[in-house]
Design a protein around this ligand. Sequence first.
Ligand SMILES: [Ca+2]
Ligand SMILES: [Ca+2]
Ligand SMILES: [Ca+2]
Ligand SMILES: [Ca+2]
Length: 607
Amino acid sequence: MFIKKNKNILLLSTLLLTLTACKEEPVNNNPTHVHQSSAAENTTNLVAKAVQLAPYGKRPITDEVFYFVLPDRFANGDKSNDLGANANDKKRALSHGGFDKTNKGMFHGGDIKGLTAKLDYLDNMGITAIWLTPVLRNMAVQADSAGYHGYWILDFSELDPHFGSNQDLKDFINKAHQRNIKVFFDIITNHTADVIKYKECHGEDGLGWIVNGNACPYKSLADMAKGDKYSPIIPQGNEKLKTPAWLNDVNYYHNQGDSTWQGESVLNGDFSGLDDIKTENPVVVNGMIAIYKKLIDEFKPDGYRIDTVKHVNIEFWQKFAPALIAHAKEVGIENFFMFGEVYSSDASYLSQYTTTGKMQSVLDFALQAVLVETIVEQQGTDKLAQLFNQDHLYQDPLHQNQNSTANELINFISNHDMGRFAHRLATSKFNYNEQQQIARLNLASAMMFFARGVPVIYYGDEQGFVGDGGDRDARQDMMPSLVASYNDDDLLATDKTTADDNFDINHPLYQTFSHYAALYQQYPSLRNGKQNILYSQNKAGIFALTKTLADEKLLLIFNTSDTPQKFTLAGTHFNAIYGDANARTYNSETQFTLAPLSFAIYQKLTF
Ligand SMILES: [Ca+2]
Ligand SMILES: [Ca+2]
Ligand SMILES: [Ca+2]
Ligand SMILES: [Ca+2]
C-alpha cells in the first residue's frame, strides 16, 4: 500500500486504523502514560530471552544476519602464506607475490585461518551468515595492483594460496557450521583474469601496448560482422594458465575490447582487459554450471553471491540458477540460496533477475540508494514508501506461497565498491558532527535490519570505519594497518585508528548491531512478516510501518529528522520492545514522541 503524501489523516481499511502525524499538542490535557519501558529494560529482555536459531541446514535465508568480508583485509592467521604461491611452483607462478601492507591496492596478509580464529567475534555479534569475497586462485598482480579482492580468477578449482588451502576453507566452513553460521561464496561467471591479449592492441607477442591510452576500443558485433575484429592471442607460456582447461580456448570469449559501459558492450566488453567469457555459448553454460557444482560438492557452502550479473546475458542465468539449486538439493543442501549483484537502483530493472532470470534474490541497490537519499540527504520519507511500493515486482512463480519475495532481498548500506555509509555521512553537505553521524548510521542500519529484506553488515562498519570513498578506499584492514590513507581517518565512536587492532566487542556500533541482531532473531515478524507502510511524508520526519506474521504484529516508527516528531495512532496498549517513544494514550488514541533520529518498535496485542 502506498500512502499519499501531504495527507495527515489516512484511513487504512484493512487495519481499521486511523493515524495522524501532527506537531500540535493534543487537546486532551490528562494523558495516561502507557507501557513505557526504558532502554536498559529492553537490553535485559533481549539478553534474558535466549533465541534458538533453527539449524543452518533447515532455516530460510530470511533468518540470516550477514557479515560481508574481504579475507585479505581481516585477520592474518598464517604469515607463511603472505606471498601466495611458492616462487618455485611453476603451475602457480603468477599467483605469487603482490604483497605490500602499505599499499591499498596490494595483498595485506589476511587469510582463511585468520577469519576462522575470529569466529567468536562474529558469533558474539549475532552474525549467522558470512559472505566472503572470492577466494579462488587469482593472478596475483595485474598492472599496478593485486588480486587481494579475488575477482581475477585463473583457477576455479583451488583456493588462492594467499588465503590458504582448500582444506583451510573446509575447516573454516566446518567450524562456522558448528556455530550454526552459514558460509556464502562470491562467484564469477562473467570474466577471468586478464590473460588473453589482442595483436591490434598488444602487438604480435601480446606483451605490450601498441595503441594510445593503453586501452582496446570496443568493437561491436556489427563491426565484427564487417570483418573489423581483434585477433586474440595468449602470450607464449601462458597457454595453460587457466583451470579448467576449456577456459584456455580463446573461442569461449567475446574478444571485443574494453567495455564502454553502454549498449551491447555492457554484456560483451572486457572490464579493463579482464577476459569476458562468451556466456551465450552452450559449452560455456555447461562448463560454468560444472565449475560451481564441483565447488558445492567439495565445500558444501550454503549459497552463492553472484558477481557482475548484469554483464552476463539473462538467458545464461535462466539455465545456471535452477541447475545449481537443483544440484545443491541433490547433495542435501535444501536451502541453498543465490543472490546476484545487479548494479542498479531501479527496482523494475533489479527484479527482472529474480523473475525472468530465475535467480532467488538480488542485492537491493535500490534500498541502499534510498537510504542515502533519506538519511544522508534528508529527503522525504515518501522515498522509502515509493520504493517499498514496488516490492510486488519481485514476486515470481517460484515463490507463489509467499506474500512477497521482497522479504528475501539482500539489504546493505555499505559495500566494497560504493564505499561506506559513514563516508557519505562524513562528507555530506550538512556537515554532521560525530554524534549526528553515529545516530544517522544507527538509523540507516535499523532500516536495513527491520524493513523487509535480509541485513548485511559490511565488515568494519561495526568498528566505526569511514574511508575516503569507494573501492580500495573502503577496504580497510581490521588488523593493524600500514596504509597511510586509512590510518589518517577519524573513526566513529572510538579514539582508535585503523593502525590499531579493531576487533573491539565494546565498540558502540558493534554493541548496537548485536542488539539489532538479537531483536531480529527474537521476533519472527521482523524476519518474515508482511510489511505494510502506515505513514510517510514528503520531507524528513516520520516513517511508520507494521510487520505482521500470524499473531505477532509490530509497529515500527522511525524519525529521520533532527527535531522531535509526534505521531498519533488509533488504539491503545502498545508495548515497547525497542526504544522509547514516550507513548501516551488520549481516549482511544496513542501519541508517540520520537526523539531526533530515533526509532522505536512496539508490539500491539490487538490490532
Ligand atoms: Ca597470511
Ligand atoms: Ca560479459
Ligand atoms: Ca584480456
Ligand atoms: Ca583517509
